[in-house]
Design a protein around this ligand. Structure first.
Ligand code: FAD
Ligand code: NAI
Length: 474
């Protein structure tokens, strides 16, 4: 009999299992994917086919592009820059392996029992495991945590064929640079993986159904980033809905519709990245008392408790942003609540990052949200073009925008497009967790020269005290 059985070993599940075990709970984690040695492949989407491999390729492709295009003004001449995709993929794969093997080590070190098989909640306290040889076993446990994650959405107008029409996983594994690459969806995956292949030499066209670009970001970010991606050579077609696709000799022909009619385009490869859907099918017995919403997310309360006693659900399989750190934090909160601790998750301060170059990152509210909520606010903004460090490192595109409450000056949102945007937002987020005002950040000493000084200046700029902006009027 276990205290806790976790189903799924992604960043939500494995973190939760480790925390539960740290707290003295007898814990097992069930994972259905197998690695080459027929052991459970731990780490979920994030480590195997998500966050980590995509960031490895973003880094490699950035270095290649930089070496080819951006070193001349530094006085560095390189006569020929070669591209070895196989080597690039090997590097990515070895990082993934190191990290996934690392979780096996963490499970052993933390006494988490790793179980290889497919888990299904039968009823309160009972999980059925189906092993690779199809045999089954019922495991008994006081608590169950469902952390089964999500999968790419497949659309009827472009069904995945693992050859020419591929999902994000396929886009992380191409063995040569396609001359032309179509990407359906100008979301996070479309932009990150579209950037990877564009930097490596593909002519990338991104087709997006919505008229607005990155509608979840602040309007200034959306405007500036769109211009920058077009500048970088991504052909982004907004307001264009994919309606059909067919295989051709050399790749794929697609048809999209926009306000002017219907257009055909041909690509060597097509990546479909139109969102992900929760893996809630077949993870619990029908009539068990667990329910899903219209989009397939498992219903949970504010503390990730499902409608069935002592059964919890965390990560991509429940409401909220599909982000690794959101799932991990939910995993910790749930493990602690099971152990009788008082733990809460602050959903207002979950940061978002798009790892393009420059990065895009934000936390808290944007202008549109505050206006809709009727909250008066003040804005401070600072461009990286006025940052000494940003200029020195050749990354002066973008800005930091800080929004604070008009009455209390409490920081309500920070939106960054530029160098180290993710790290800058993280600094702002820490201050926001402690209820900081723009004045508090303004009174904080920042090292010089750092790109973070742009956050300092944006905070000062809320009260017109920024030192390095000429025009005080906003
Ligand atoms: P998952 O990571 O999906 O893990 C679920 C696990 O459960 C899987 O291993 C699966 O095999 C297993 N499983 C499913 N059903 C069963 C079952 N019945 N029995 C046993 N095991 C089961 N997020 C970020 O925060 N930052 C990023 O930079 C980022 N980059 C991304 C890049 C890409 C290309 C993609 C696709 C995603 C990215 N994400 C990123 C999103 C991130 O990967 C997910 O939010 C995160 O992995 C969700 O964690 P999870 O544990 O809920 O689910
Ligand atoms: P997404 O939701 O970010 O973007 C999908 C886009 O596709 C939307 O803009 C949508 O309007 C568009 N779309 C939908 N149907 C379409 C159609 N028929 N034709 C044209 N466009 C269409 O989803 P994405 O990029 O697949 O990513 C899935 C999730 O993975 C994200 O929600 C994100 O949370 C996570 N992720 C996070 C990353 C990060 O944190 N850096 C990186 C990659 C993924």
């Amino acid at each position: 009999m276990y205290d806790v059985v976790v189903i799924g070993s992604g960043p939500a599940g494995y973190v939760s299992a480790i925390r539960a075990s740290q707290l003295g709970l007898k814990t097992a984690c069930i994972e259905k994917e197998l690695n080459n040695e027929e052991k459970p492949l731990l780490g979920g989407t994030c480590l195997n086919v998500g966050c980590i491999p995509s960031k490895a390729l973003l880094d490699s492709s950035h270095r290649y592009h930089d070496a080819k295009e951006n070193l001349k003004s530094h006085g560095i001449g390189i006569s020929k820059v070669d591209l070895d995709i196989a080597e690039m993929m090997d590097r990515k794969n070895s990082i993934v392996k190191k990290l996934t093997d690392g979780i096996s080590g963490l499970f052993i070190g933390n006494k988490v029992q790793s179980i290889s098989g497919e888990g299904k909640v039968i009823s309160e306290g009972k999980v059925e495991v189906t092993y690779a040889n199809k045999s089954t076993e019922i495991i008994e446990t006081k608590h169950i945590i469902i952390a089964t994650g999500s999968s790419p959405i497949e659309i009827g107008s472009a069904k995945f064929d693992k050859a020419n029409i591929i999902d994000s996983t396929g886009a992380l594994e191409l063995n040569k640079v396609p001359k032309t690459l179509g990407v359906i969806g100008a979301g996070v995956i479309g932009l990150e993986l579209g950037s990877v292949w564009a930097r490596l030499g593909s002519k990338v066209t991104v087709i997006e159904a919505m008229d607005d670009f990155l509608p979840m970001t602040d309007k200034d970010i959306s405007k500036e980033t769109f211009k920058e991606f077009i500048n970088q050579g991504l052909d982004i077609k907004l307001g264009c809905k994919l309606v059909a696709s067919k295989k051709t000799k050399s790749g794929v022909e697609i048809t999209y519709e926009n306000s002017e009619g219907s257009v055909d385009m041909n690509f060597d490869k097509l990546v479909v990245a139109v969102g992900r859907s929760p893996n809630s099918y077949n993870v619990f017995e029908e009539n068990s008392g667990i329910n899903i919403d219209a989009k397939g997310f498992i219903n949970v309360d504010d503390h990730c408790q499902t409608e069935l006693n002592n059964v919890w659900a965390i990560g991509d399989v429940v409401r909220g942003p599909m982000l690794a750190h959101k799932g991990s934090e939910e995993g910790i909160v749930v493990a602690e609540r099971i152990a009788g601790k008082h733990a809460e998750m602050n959903y207002d301060l979950v940061p978002s990052v798009i790892y393009t170059h420059p990065e895009i990152a934000w936390v808290g509210k944007n202008e549109k949200e505050l206006t809709e909520e009727g909250i008066d606010y003040k804005i401070g903004k600072f461009p990286f073009a006025a940052s000494g460090r940003a200029l020195a490192v050749d990354q002066s595109t973008g800005f930091v925008k800080l929004i604070s409450d008009a009455k209390t000056d409490t920081i309500l949102g920070v939106h960054v497009f530029g160098p180290s945007a993710a790290e800058i937002v993280q600094q702002a987020l820490i201050s926001m967790e402690f209820g900081a005002s723009s004045e508090d950040l303004g009174l904080t000493i920042f090292s010089h020269p750092t790109v973070s000084e742009a956050l300092h200046e944006a905070a000062l700029s809320v009260s017109n005290q920024a030192i390095h902006i000429g025009n005080r009027k906003r």
